[in-house]
Design a protein around this ligand. Sequence first.
Ligand code: ADP
Ligand code: F6P
Length: 457
Amino acid sequence: MSRLVVVSNRVPVQEKKGAASAGGLAVALEAALEKRGGIWMGWSGRINEEGEPGPLSIEQRGNITYALTDLTSKDVDEYYFGFANRMLWPICHYRLDLAEYGRTEMAGYFRVNRFFAHRLAPLIKPDDIIWVHDYHLIPLAAELRRMGIKNKIGFFLHIPWPPADVLFAMPVHEEIMRGLAAYDLVGFQTDHDLENFAGCLRREEMGDMIDEGRFIAGERTFRGGAYPIAIETAAFAEFARRAGSHSMVLKAQQSIEDRSLIIGVDRLDYSKGITQRIDAFEHFVTNNPAHQRKVTYLQITPKSRSEVPEYEAMQRMVAEQAGRVNGALGTVDWVPIRYINRSVSRPVLAGLYRLAKVGLVTPLRDGMNLVAKEYVAAQDPDDPGVLVLSRFAGAARELNGALLVNPYDIVGTSNALARGLNMPLDERRDRWRRMMNHLLEHDVSRWCDDFLGDLAA
Ligand code: ADP
Ligand code: F6P
């Protein structure tokens, strides 16, 4: 078996003890790579202003060899906070209104990709398979090819790929599409993303899908496919089964008393629909007097990308909104919304999901959304909770036992909450079983094997 070299911007190191990495990429890849073994190259998360970068820091943990590079603050500002998170992220999440195009940031993005290529190339052996992840590193294969690297290189996009009319608002979209054409296999989360990509190539007359899963763009042919990312279903279910003895889970259970728990777990990101969700909860409580004082909504939301102005604004907005709703609806012995800005360990997270009667997962747009899958995996088979899921999450294409909602429709989401909390046991079991069977069959190992099998073929 060839050695696997994974490359991503975010690498799950340097997390606070006991806290898990928030972010689907780190969670899923760590699980997949730990089984298969390999090298994981990425940003150390550190800023180093020295002119010449020092050697890669190499760290062995279990089966994974981490090879990490520092970046300068100029790199981080331009490439990560700038082009990746103020241009590519909003565009890929259909938020033209939030996209900020700057030539300096764009140049920084391509420069840091070249830098990554120069740091990676000396590690690569002729038989290695290289697997690049996410929107931060789209031009990496083109840079490696320029340096004469002939290995198989695959790419997986964790976030949505938008339709042509949205993508083309980005001034350098052709360059970005050409970047993808330098890979041997490009993986998307859903067939919708794949179709959007094919549509973008066609509309710009850059290329087309020539047959099922094969693309042509200029001189190059390459493959593309949908590979919905997944979780370690069995292991997560086992965490949840045992979590009852965990002191933090016990405390949470005691503190909610006999109230029904509704849970939301997301990075604090405008794509997650948190403000609309709080509105829906407020509407639900206001319009369902029987549930007043009988429900607690726990929203666990670690801060993310705080240096980006849109995220900073979002943090203020959500905190104010949660405070306002608690002020308006709360009583001396009932706080309707518990709003927490921190990461928790995976066993605790699994236990909290299991306590919740409803998992409320309502992104305005999401590549996949692993939280939805984790919520299902964590449920008690005898008494499972109900997943209320946005139709705009990639996970909605697979989880056919969820109550699907349009997150922009506040009343619709509020009605789904009511339906979820009142759903009879038989229906809950039936819906949960369908989803759980799917997740057991399509877990993260299978996702990894499917992608790498196709890349190697
Ligand atoms: P994204 O990749 O956009 O953050 P996903 O839902 O796909 O969204 O993945 C988020 C991952 O981060 C999940 O595995 C989830 O468990 C984890 N996560 C999110 N918030 C927390 C938190 N507060 N504590 C621990 N893990 C978290
Ligand atoms: O899963 C989508 C994603 O953007 C990953 O690429 C990223 O690692 C994660 O969310 C968390 O974001 P960040 O790396 O910016 O903290």
